[in-house]
Design a protein around this ligand. Structure first.
Ligand code: SF4
Ligand code: SF4
Length: 80
């Protein structure tokens, strides 16, 4: 039987984000990247990567990114 894998999803509020990119460094599965569009405050916000490349793990909903974000800009959703 296939092992059940934890799945997660994050939503980043780009207008709250100050572009520090700490979340990008801390995500263990490399699920966050820099958005090329600036937000209204002129920062380059982080965004969730849309596609999971071959050999990469998807978001597991560990919430490390939300925990380290100094601006509380990340919400984490978990699904089974
Ligand atoms: S840690 Fe928070 S403020 Fe910093 S880039 Fe990530 S979402 Fe933006
Ligand atoms: S919840 Fe965990 S796996 Fe998902 S983006 Fe945040 S740090 Fe990465």
């Amino acid at each position: 039987m296939a092992k059940e894998r934890k799945k997660g999803k994050i939503v980043i509020d780009s207008e709250r984000c100050k572009g520090c990119h700490i979340c990008i460094e801390f995500c263990p599965n490399n699920r966050i990247e820099v958005d090329e569009l600036l937000n209204k405050k002129g920062y380059s916000p982080a965004r969730s990567k849309e596609n999971v490349s071959e050999g990469e793990k998807g978001c597991v909903g560990c919430a490390i990114c939300a925990t380290v974000c100094p601006d509380v800009a990340i919400e984490v959703y978990r699904a089974k």
